[in-house]
Design a protein around this ligand. Sequence first.
Ligand code: CAA
Length: 379
Amino acid sequence: MPFELTEEQRMVRDMARDFAEKEVAPLAHELDEQERFPSETIPKLTELGFLSMMVPEAYGGLEADTLSYVLAVEEISRACASTGVVISVHNSLCAYPLSKFGSDTAKAKYLPQLAEGKLGSYCLTEPQAGSDAANQQTTATLDGDHYVLNGTKIYVTGGEQCSFMMVMAMTDKSKGTHGISAFFVEKAFEGIKLGTKEKKMGLKGSDTMELIFDNVRVPKENLLGEEGMGFKIAMITLDCGRLGIGAQALGIAQAAMEEAIKYAKERVQFGKPISEFQAIQWMIADMATEIEAGRALLYRAADLKDRGEPFSKEAAMAKLFCSEMCGRVVDKAVQIHGGYGYMRDYTVERLYRDARITRIYEGTSEIQRLVISRHMLRS
Ligand code: CAA
């Protein structure tokens, strides 16, 4: 199914590209080296609307289509994958489920704040609930007009910097996945403690935190949907989130290919630029082909969502292919750089490390294959 970007989508892409090149890329190396969050970029991202793409206009948001969102995450990630994931998690894992499943009270209270750049995060993973997301131990017990949350969440992207979070917790353990509920939680609520801040291989500009919930009282109106709908909400949210991570991987791959081409034209060995050797040319041809294939898969999945069609399988395919493709592309980009590519002064070294997580978070490649095969084998 061929399709072209609309004029509006091209404008979003060009604006994101321009902003990323001018304001995001110059910070990327420093953020990585200093393991520092891009605080100075958040007001600019807010002003340009990148943090309100999934907030409805009625609540002060941009209410962008999904393909525009994917284009923005791709372009920002091409400059800095850490900044890319801030936009992705905030929009698709926090603003999106709140807009879709939140009570009118919660939407009116929180969506304008998300649109104003108060960051959101997503708390699903627990020590025993990684790929097996249904194995939730965090509990939520109704007490009058509040739920009381107890438990520990790990690997929360943006857990340190966020103001709000989506939290999945068990309201009735006897019901399995149908006993999980989803809550919109203010970080300022009493009883939330920051735990360990993870030391990571890459994506060092984005914090990854343990969060401890100790008798946290959450108003009833902050329940998303109804009691027991939490697992479905978490899965629907991840379907959308996986488009964002596919876009992040695509942006990293594009950056790696561009770096490799630039280097191959400059680097002289055996009396000529290495771009004149077939070994290098073939690597570049494979990188370009794979990137285009990933882009087609990803844009199509986003387009399906925008048309209101089922897109869960296609989102899993796009995330699987883009993240694995990204791994192959960054590997070739380092290879083309030779020894220089192993050094921290060269961008491809960071891209190589940043790429790795895209095959793991928001569902490992193995989980994407499980989701796809279940769709394919369904009678
Ligand atoms: N949309 C709607 N409903 C869905 C759904 C979807 N995409 N996927 C599952 N469901 C529903 C099912 O239909 C089923 O409903 P019924 O019981 O009413 O029939 C229910 O949910 C249970 O589904 P499954 O039986 O498929 O559940 P499962 O235990 O086999 O798990 C899984 C399925 C795909 C393995 C799921 O656990 C999964 O996606 N795991 C990976 C979790 C993950 O991605 N974690 C990433 C952490 S978040 C993160 O990384 C964020 C960050 O900070 C960047």
